[in-house]
Design a protein around this ligand. Structure first.
Ligand code: ARG
Length: 459
């Protein structure tokens, strides 16, 4: 038997393989709520413009609510023969209300329907990402506030560079996630236009009111070109690229947590709630959540590339290739939200090991730059020469197996006669961080100012 929605010109039904490759209901059932919202807006508009009678519109409205409650209640029977969510909902509506169901699709196509549903779904995910990012930023702020003056090593090349504060390191991520947040808001604003009423590709001769359906669905405006409306998937690609960048930030932080929680670093203790054990090694506590967050960028960026490849050669307007957009976006969205929530939980629970951080900050000649700066300030030596003098002192300390503050004044004066006792004031890590008061620097006073600024912004 041929398809009940479009089988008029067909004598035979599809092969089982055709049905399998064609059907999207297995995944696009996730668009059910959006599909029904879109249909309700469309039916209300058809009645308001006199295209549909009020009694038919009312039957459709009630019927759609029944279908929605069946789907939400888990009693709805999805059919692969009906291909996708749009035809599954409409076929059930027909069973529930009869003949008026057949009038719902007036002036509409599945092409503008799916574009509308998908935009609504992605818009919800952008809102969820906004909430997830804000929650994570608040968790980071709490850590930064607690540890505005805890000293730890700052790294370049993962080699000890200069002492920084724990709070400063946490606030670096607040800045990164705030840019993700602004990308989310920006993408939401750009994508929030309604494709509904573009119909198959060319618009329709029925006197529809696209402004009305756009408003009903919370869109800022109807899309201005019907070909574009059914063809565009850049909103989904933008979602995936925003998600990719954010997942990259999550992954970098996750990598740091993996390193920091190792026995060799012991910078942090992750909570039991966000760690796992080993089935063979009884002593193990593994940072699995961090490792999995680190890995999520793989599938999220993979989705971005996959959809870009699907779209890149498609002529206007709709092609069935575009049905492949959904699984990529669903998977990326699920994993981005999960990674945000897991990171927030880990950050809230983790305990910094303050003595270990401070010991590590003091090792590795981390205040060598402070020593060179002191020479410039106090003796007038050009920086390049001060750099050289300091390098000689570092080599001396290294050969003796001690740190810079362990050298005697006589040792130092042997290298540069202008050095005085005052140099020892800048060799301690607390003095070092306290001195870095330039705007955006690591000094506790700067960190506290940034924490205050962000608390205000996030209320
Ligand atoms: N299931 C389809 C999709 O996800 C809906 C649109 C189908 N349109 C069509 N002309 N066959 O893209």
């Amino acid at each position: 038997t041929s398809n009940q929605m479009w089988g008029g010109r067909f004598a035979a039904g599809p092969d089982a393989i055709m049905e399998a490759i064609n059907a999207s209901i297995g995944f696009d059932k996730r668009l059910a709520a959006q599909d029904i919202a879109g249909s309700r807006a469309h039916a209300a508009m058809l009645a308001a413009t006199g295209i549909l009678s009020d009694s038919d519109a009312e039957a459709i409205r009630k019927g759609l609510l029944t279908v929605l409650s069946e789907i939400e209640g888990g009693t709805f029977e999805f059919s692969t023969a009906l291909e996708d969510i749009h035809m599954n909902v409409e076929a059930r509506l027909k069973e529930v209300i009869g003949e008026p169901a057949g009038r719902l699709h007036t002036g509409r196509s599945r092409n503008d329907q799916v574009a509308t549903d998908f935009r609504l779904w992605v818009r919800d995910q952008l809102d969820a990402a906004e909430a997830g990012l804000e929650a994570l930023m608040k968790a980071l702020l709490a850590q930064a506030e607690a540890g505005a003056d805890w000293v730890m090593p700052g790294f370049t090349h993962l080699q000890t560079a200069q002492p920084v504060t724990w709070g400063h390191h946490m606030m670096a991520y607040v800045e990164m996630f705030s840019r993700d947040l602004s990308r989310v808001r920006d993408a939401r604003k750009r994508m929030n236009e309604s494709p509904l009423g573009a119909a198959a590709l060319a618009g329709t001769g029925f006197p529809i009111d696209r402004q009305m359906t756009a408003e009903a669905l919370g869109f800022a405006a109807p899309m201005a070109n019907s070909l574009d409306a059914v063809s565009a998937r850049d909103f989904a690609l933008e979602f995936l690229s925003v998600a990719s960048i954010s997942a990259m930030h999550l992954s970098r932080f996750a990598e740091e947590l993996v390193i920091w929680s190792s026995a060799q670093f012991r910078f942090v203790t992750l909570s039991d709630r966000f760690s796992t054990g080993s089935s063979i090694m009884p002593q193990k506590k593994n940072p699995d959540a961090a490792e999995l967050i680190r890995a999520k960028i793989g599938r999220i960026f993979g989705a971005n590339v996959a959809l870009m490849m699907v779209m890149k050669g498609l002529p206007l307007a709709y092609s069935k290739d575009m049905q492949e957009d959904k699984e990529q976006v669903f998977d990326a969205a699920d994993n981005w939200m999960l990674a945000l929530a897991a990171m927030e939980g880990m950050v809230r629970d983790m305990a910094a090991n303050v003595p270990a951080l401070e010991a590590a900050a003091s090792a590795g000649f981390s205040t060598a730059t402070d020593l060179a700066d002191w020479l410039v300030r106090e003796t007038g030596l050009p920086f390049r020469e001060a750099h050289h003098v300091t390098g000689t002192l570092v080599a001396m300390a290294e050969s003796r197996g001690c740190d810079l503050p362990d050298l005697t004044l006589a040792d130092m004066q042997g290298v540069n006669g202008a050095i005085t006792e005052g140099i020892f004031d800048v060799l301690g890590v607390h003095n070092s961080v306290a001195s870095r008061v330039s705007y955006g620097g690591t000094a506790p006073a700067q960190v506290r100012a940034q924490v205050a600024r962000w608390k205000e912004i996030l209320q």
